[in-house]
Design a protein around this ligand. Structure first.
Ligand code: C2E
Ligand code: MG
Ligand code: MG
Length: 589
């Protein structure tokens, strides 16, 4: 049965469906148009049938400046349709200053018996840039743009892998001399700029097959490949050294920066990157400890030296662990009254065989290895332990001097806890810290921030070995210290050396004006003492003439009444004083 209404209803439904379909289509069209991914559909001849806004931006030659982008896409389309397989490809578009990278997935489809390629692109520029950054920082040094250690290591390893027995190359290890000083003095930005300039000079005249890399801070490794003879390598390295000796002009400063170089050769000095680098490093170390600013070729004797050094290193670490340190004390004497006004604690190491070693054999190494802070705390602990003996021997009101390395003095991480440790002794005002003048030359906060902490506790400051360091007399005016110790080199034979006498007078009047006490170090003879007494106003001296550094335990054993020893310093004539102390003084050097 037909109802007239039904027909109307069907017509209305069709109409509604159509308009709904129209509506959906228009939504779909808008969605397609505005999809964030770039979507295109291409036909069998590569022509674009559909392209949404994002794809238009991506492919529009006028905007991207890449005219070939469209034709590239056409070719890809033809190829993929021919192969009939999907593919995911990266497309890079260099537009303006930024590089855009898209990841496009292509899929061949069939609609109404016709072949199309549907492609969807996502912008992965950010992710790509990040990956590039990771790649670059793994393989290229950010500051100088030079390849990193990984690159040179990889290169050397592949040379070794494919060597047919004919290959010969050289590896040079370069280390900038006193870079830390330069950094401290001029500041890090200048230090960085210097490294860049050094890298430029090192990079001149290299061949395609050579590689220069920065492996850390101020260390570079240079691969010279191939090389024919030792002479050729030596000549080239000499050339580099000369070039580095010329001054660098950075930030209106003229900076001299020499470099120490060690060289190893393949195959003579090793058959792996690690061994070759290590041997070049050993040769460099030899130069560093000598004249610096020069080069050395590795040889077997250096390896023996390095092994011996490693042994010392090990035993030093062990000695610290086992606290095998003790102190010798040397009095500071008032040369007018012969009274002992202070003592200096000088550290000694009892080595594995029980032999007492002087600090010259281990202080620098301890500093280099980062063990010096612990060592200084051990010295302080030793003083605290011996305080009764110190008082008995030298007097309860004498100052107690303790040496602090220049490197420590500028380091708040050491100085802050050290100040606390001095305070914890209960008698901080008896301490004087001796620091060499080098500590004051660098632009650290030592003068403004570190020393005031000590002053507040009543701890005094002494400038040790004055006259041989980097600072000039005028630099002295900026340092507020309580005492200046004139280096032994000025005191030795002072009565016979007019030039040293002149320098002494200058230091003397300057320190007088600045209110600092002057003490002469290393006084050994009566003539030297007589000169100081007669021709200068210097009041204090320290040296073998009065006493060698002594072990208090020994003194106790040698003189049952230790107080007698003290009396001898303050009241007997100098000659006798020396005799009293020499009974127990001295140590194996
Ligand atoms: P310094 O602080 O300048 O100490 C003076 C050095 O000269 C001592 O050598 C002392 O034994 C020696 N000396 C004293 N009078 C004379 C003399 O009349 N003639 C000669 N030829 N030498 C004399 P020592 O004990 O071998 O110490 C050497 C250096 O080691 C010290 O020089 C000091 O810079 C450092 N040192 C010693 N103990 C410590 C310490 O606990 N910490 C640190 N950081 N350095 C220390
Ligand atoms: Mg000293
Ligand atoms: Mg000294």
């Amino acid at each position: 049965m037909h109802s007239p209404y039904k027909k109307d209803f069907q017509a209305a439904a069709t109409q509604a469906n159509e308009s709904m379909f129209d509506c959906e289509l228009s939504i779909l069209r808008d969605v397609f148009k505005l999809l964030p991914a770039g979507v295109t559909v291409q036909d069998e001849s590569g022509e674009f049938v559909l392209m949404n806004d994002a794809a238009a931006v991506l492919l529009q030659p006028a905007k991207t400046g890449t005219a070939s982008q469209l034709s590239d896409r056409r070719e890809t389309c033809l190829e993929l349709l021919r192969a009939g397989r999907p593919a995911v490809l990266e497309e890079a578009i260099a537009g303006g200053s930024t590089k855009q990278v898209f990841l496009t997935s292509h899929r061949p489809i069939q609609v109404a018996g016709r072949n199309f390629l549907i492609s969807s692109s996502t912008d992965i520029s950010e992710q790509k840039a990040f990956e590039d950054h990771l790649f670059r920082s793994a393989y290229y040094d950010e500051l100088t743009g030079l390849p990193t250690r990984r690159v040179i290591e990889h290169r050397v390893n592949s040379l070794l892998k494919y060597d047919n027995g004919q290959g010969r190359f050289a590896l040079a290890f370069l280390d900038v001399d006193n870079f830390k000083h330069i950094n401290d003095y001029y500041g890090h930005p200048v230090g960085d700029a210097l490294l860049v300039e050094i890298a430029k000079r090192l990079g001149l005249d290299l061949r395609e097959s050579d590689i220069l890399s920065r492996i850390s801070g101020d260390e570079f490794v240079l691969l010279l490949n191939p090389v024919e003879s030792v002479a050729e390598v030596e000549e080239f390295i000499h050339f580099i050294l000369q070039r580095l000796k010329a001054p660098f002009f950075i930030d209106q400063s003229e900076i001299f920066a020499s470099t120490s170089i060690g060289v190893s050769l393949y195959p003579e000095h090793g058959r792996s990157y690690e061994v070759l680098r290590q041997n070049a490093d050993i040769a460099m170390y030899r130069v560093k400890n000598g004249s610096k600013g020069a080069a050395a070729l590795f040889d077997a004797s250096m390896e023996r030296e390095a092994l011996a050094r490693m042994k010392i290193e090990q035993s030093l670490r062990l000695a610290i662990l086992e606290k095998r340190f003790c102190c010798a004390f040397q009095p500071k004497v008032d040369i007018r009254t012969q009274a002992v006004t202070g003592v200096e604690a000088l550290v000694r190491l009892r080595d594995d065989e029980g032999v007492i070693q002087a600090p010259s054999t281990f202080i620098n190494l301890a500093t280099e290895l980062g063990l010096i802070d612990e060592l200084t705390h051990l010295v302080l602990a030793e003083i605290v332990k011996s305080i009764d003996l110190i008082n008995e021997t030298f007097g309860a009101d004498t100052t107690i001097s303790i040496n602090v390395a220049a490197k420590q003095a500028g380091n708040p991480e050491f100085m802050q806890p050290f100040a606390e440790a001095l305070e914890a002794t209960g008698f901080p005002q008896r301490f004087m810290i001796e620091v060499t003048e080098d500590a004051f030359v660098t632009k650290t906060h030592i003068q403004d921030e570190i020393l005031p902490i000590f002053r507040k506790l009543g701890v005094k400051i002494s400038i040790d070995d004055f006259g041989i360091g980097y600072s000039s007399l005028s630099a002295l005016a900026d340092i507020t210290a309580d005492e200046i110790k004139i280096d032994r080199s000025f005191i030795t034979d002072i009565h016979k050396r007019p030039r040293s006498q002149g320098i002494l007078r200058a230091i003397e009047s300057l320190s007088e004006a600045l209110g600092m006490t002057v003490i002469a170090e290393g006084l050994e003879s009566f003539e030297e003492l007589a000169y100081l007494q007669a021709a200068t106003k210097i009041r204090y001296a320290q040296g073998y003439y009065f006493s060698k550094p002594i072990f208090l335990e020994d003194l106790k054993l040698a003189t049952p009444r230790a107080s007698e020893a003290r009396a001898s310093v303050s009241s007997r004539p100098a000659q006798e004083t020396r005799a009293a102390y020499s009974r127990s003084g001295g140590y194996r050097r």
